[in-house]
Design a protein around this ligand. Structure first.
Ligand code: BGC
Length: 872
């Protein structure tokens, strides 16, 4: 037996790559990660040992890896044969440092989920009246009683639905997820949840009860008003597995023995909202003793394909706060949440007599104080409640709204007692922080965070309010690096990427929305920038979290997209003539034709292909596919050279052209400074106004920094005129706007009229694409970036600018908390740095500064460090 010889260090936070928070793991071969807890500095891991056992005593372990040399505590491959369905394994780890071996970590319990279709006795069930019903209607309820006749040891509930579900046992909600099972490409894949429900069951009669909303399965989708995209029947799939103290087992599955009914939810649609008739609640229907003899029989459907456990956090109410409701002349209460958000209102109402309460929502107000609803297009975003006399807490189900403002209308005899805003989002741990001496920039950062919260809802969406809310690939492609710093988005985006690969066309082309629900529309394949989500989102996950597993899984999909692009190349090695959404919403484009940007889409297409081919080459090298690495590197170099040959001069005529050419390695190294000067010149001629759309925006500040012109980057960042980031802030934005000038300089609301939408409005106040500047705030303004994937090496490279006197950023990296704070006064700059155990740091001195002590170390191990710089 080895005695711990390094008592200052201990592995902690041992986890699998399943971040669902459910009782079981989605993966039969989960990877393992941990962190190091250390009471001294300069700690690194030299090796590790894992033990696995069926019991937490590890006496004896069934698998012991022995010492494995390796510095990384992240994404260590499963050291055993795959988990069986329902199998329980305990795992622990200890590590070797330069001082010796640590104690064992706390044990981690890992339970296999249901991995095979054969594990399911259950079938999807729908009340007969709900089957084949395309039109909106009452939300079906399902119930059955279960007798627990012997002492129970454990109980597991596996549950999902065609549509979105809520599930209760004896009236108690199981899990506190909303919108489960989320939105996947249901044709290929349906997620389920696994809960430990032992404590919810009692001896005697128990009742299982569920409601199934239309959700994405059958509800309204897209501005084309598609319904029943995945099917005309919503249904529940549930399996309760009881293990008794005597070792015997019983399975209760959704089948024809259940009964169906309806209740208060007369209608529920994601876009349109809910209609609830509170008087219709069949009292006690979720509890034992209810007379369900009048309920309808159910029909059972075949088991859906691709059942997999959810591996990411669910959607939840992540925040709530009281909001004022002020009477407006016309008998309406006006609500201003003070913050644009995604979620709903919870209203506490007193009714002297029966009546109706209605809540309508919008992101901005018209000049007369009424709601601006044109931006919602066809989405009604209205919740209506009919109540009898009494006191009620009213809340919608199976819907969400993007709003800051609301109007609540109550019939005479009804009084609002309290209103609360409930913020709804995929519940990802927020890991990043940023602040600086400029409050306007801090508000910008908060707006970015709010837009991430509001648009990370089951999938990464474009917006939360209008009849869209789709997984536009371009939006998340540009935003992913920022998203991954703000929150632990690994499992969330990794799950979505599975659907992206499944939705890829046979020729490798990637649809503009994943799940792809706009088939046949002229924008179904949006071209580069959108489709490059296939390559750049897995790459962003690898950079932020070292997630090599996702990279490996996505590698075929990444290649297919780049191969598709390569198949479109001319003999000269450039990509011309195809449709691309391009630098969408470039402020120089006609407002009604945002795809007609000022930067030639052929330049953008060729540059993107070169860049993505380079990412595929690097991925191939990481995965030891050396031949492929060489092939894709050659492709990248050939296309980059051809692009520069053909368009070198032209690219440097727009901010986006310069930014893409610089950031995507199109500009030859020797011409970088000249390209930077050209970009800085464009910024100057635009008087600091930004001239980029979705694709140029994430790149323009990094490009200026790369080319040594961070001064011009600050000019763009701090510009207050339209178009610009601070213009939005100074005009009251609390989330990122879709268009730079969504509120025009004269205070009016942009019409957003679109040619492709027959003049309909495209004007959202909650779109994160322009929030992609967040990555530069972390990396350059504050100076905290991944120098190596997963922040194994932390790159501290702050470049102070403008009148900003201090800045700080922190990120809970996979190794633990990393941080920087710098303060500038007079000609000195003091930087305090934090490197988590197991990681290393490097400091890069910004142009114009020098170390006060030239012998100070610029590369260091974990712990706190301080550096003093002087201006040159
Ligand atoms: C969406 C965008 C999307 C674009 C591309 C819009 O309607 O809201 O964010 O990327 O269409 O066509």
């Amino acid at each position: 037996m080895i005695v711990p010889t390094d008592p200052d260090v201990r592995p902690c936070g041992l986890k699998t790559n399943d971040d669902s928070g459910l009782v079981a793991t989605a993966f039969s071969r989960p990877s393992l990660s941990w962190r190091l807890d250390a009471s001294r500095s300069d700690v690194s891991q030299l090796g590790y040992e894992l033990e696995l056992a069926p019991k937490p005593g590890f006496d004896p372990p069934s698998v012991a890896t022995g010492r494995v040399d390796g510095g990384s505590p992240l994404h260590v491959p499963w050291p055993r044969d795959p988990l069986a369905s329902r199998e329980v394994v305990w795992c622990r780890v200890r590590v070797w440092t330069d001082r010796g071996v640590t104690a064992w970590s706390n044990p981690l319990r890992i339970e296999g989920s249901l991995f095979d279709a054969g594990d399911w006795l259950a079938r999807p069930i729908s009340p007969a009246f709900n089957a084949g019903r395309v039109e909106p209607g009452p939300v079906p309820l399902l119930r059955r009683s279960v007798a627990v006749s012997k002492p129970l040891a454990t109980a597991r509930l596996y549950v999902t639905s065609l549509g979105i579900n809520e599930f209760w046992i004896n009236g108690q909600c199981v899990g506190n997820a909303l919108f489960d099972p989320g939105w996947t490409d249901y044709r290929h894949r349906l997620l389920f949840a696994a809960f430990d429900v032992t404590e919810l069951l009692k001896p005697g009669e128990n009742v299982l009860a569920a409601a199934v909303g239309d959700g994405w399965w059958r509800g309204n989708l897209t501005w084309m008003n598609r319904r029943a995209v995945y099917g005309d029947t919503t249904a529940l799939l549930a399996q309760l597995e009881l293990t008794f103290a005597d070792g015997s087992r019983e399975t209760i599955a959704s089948d024809e023995s259940w009964l169906g009914g309806t209740g208060k939810l007369r209608l529920a649609d994601i876009y349109n909202g809910c209609e609830l008739d509170i008087g219709q609640v069949p009292a006690g229907w979720r509890e034992p003793g209810f007379d369900d003899s009048g309920w309808a029989p159910v029909v059972a459907l075949p088991l859906p394909a691709g059942l997999e456990q959810r591996s990411m956090p669910p959607v939840r109410v992540v925040d709530s706060f009281a909001v004022p409701a002020l009477p407006r002349g016309d008998g309406v209460l006006a609500i201003d949440c003070g913050q644009n958000l995604t979620g709903h209102l919870r209203l506490t109402v007193h009714a002297e007599r029966a009546g109706t309460v209605q809540a309508r929502h919008a992101e901005v107000l018209e000049p007369d104080g009424s709601l601006h609803t044109a931006a919602l297009r066809e989405a009604k975003a209205t919740d209506t409640y009919r109540v009898p006399a009494g006191n009620f807490v009213l809340e919608p189900s199976f819907t969400y709204h993007g709003f800051r403002y609301a109007e609540v209308r109550l019939d005479p005899g009804l009084r609002l007692i309290e209103a609360e805003a409930r913020v709804v989002s995929s519940d990802l741990p927020e890991i990043g922080g940023f602040a600086c001496s400029d409050e306007r920039v801090n508000r910008l950062f908060e707006n970015i965070r709010w837009s991430q919260r509001g648009n990370f809802l089951a999938i990464p969406t474009d917006c939360p309010q209008r009849d869209e809310r789709l997984g536009w690939t371009g939006d998340i492609q540009v935003f992913a690096p920022t998203a991954c710093a703000n929150a632990d988005a690994r499992a969330f985006l990794a799950s979505w990427l599975v659907d992206l690969a499944q939705e890829q066309a046979p020729d490798g082309n990637v649809p503009s929305t994943v799940p792809n629900v706009i088939q046949g529309h002229e924008f179904e394949f949006g071209g580069v920038g959108w489709s490059d989500a296939a390559t750049l989102v897995p790459w962003a996950l690898y950079q932020a979290y070292g997630d090599i597993g996702t990279l490996k899984r996505q590698f075929p999909s990444m290649r297919r997209w780049v191969d598709y692009g390569a198949s479109r190349l001319s003999a000269e090695g450039i990509w011309t003539g195809d449709f691309h959404l391009g630098d969408w919403l470039d402020p120089g484009a006609p407002p009604e034709k945002p795809e007609q940007a000022t930067t030639d889409r052929d330049i953008i297409a060729s540059a993107y292909l070169a860049y993505s081919a380079g990412i595929v080459a690097q991925t191939a090298a990481l995965l030891a596919h050396n031949d492929l690495a060489g092939q894709y590197r050659a492709l990248a170099e050939r296309v980059a050279a051809a692009t520069w040959r053909r368009w070198g001069d032209e690219a440097l005529r727009t901010q986006t052209g310069c930014a893409i050419a610089i950031e995507f390695g199109i500009v030859p190294a020797g011409e970088l400074a000249a390209a930077g000067a050209a970009l800085a010149g464009l910024v100057e001629r635009a008087e600091g106004r930004i001239a980029t759309g979705f694709l140029g925006t994430p790149l323009v500040l990094p490009a200026l920094t790369r080319a040594g012109r961070t001064d011009a980057a600050y000019t763009l960042l701090l510009n207050e005129q339209a178009p610009g980031w601070l213009y939005q802030v100074l005009n009251g934005a609390t989330t990122m706007w879709e268009r730079w000038d969504a509120i025009e300089p004269d205070g009016s609301i942009h019409s957003g009229a679109m040619e492709s939408g027959g003049g309909s409005s495209m004007i959202s106040f909650n779109h994160y694409a322009y929030g992609s500047v967040g990555a530069w705030l972390y990396r350059t303004l504050a100076g905290l970036a991944p120098g190596e994937p997963s922040y194994a090496l932390i790159d501290f490279a702050p470049e102070p600018g403008g009148k900003i006197t201090w800045a700080e950023a922190s990120i809970a990296t996979p190794f633990g908390p990393a941080g920087i704070r710098w303060e500038r006064s007079g000609g000195t700059l003091k930087a305090r740095l934090l490197v988590p155990p197991g990681a290393r740091g490097q400091f890069r001195v910004a142009p114009g500064w020098a170390l006060a002590d030239p012998s100070a170390e610029l590369r260091f191990g974990s712990g706190a460090h301080e550096l003093l710089l002087v201006s040159e």
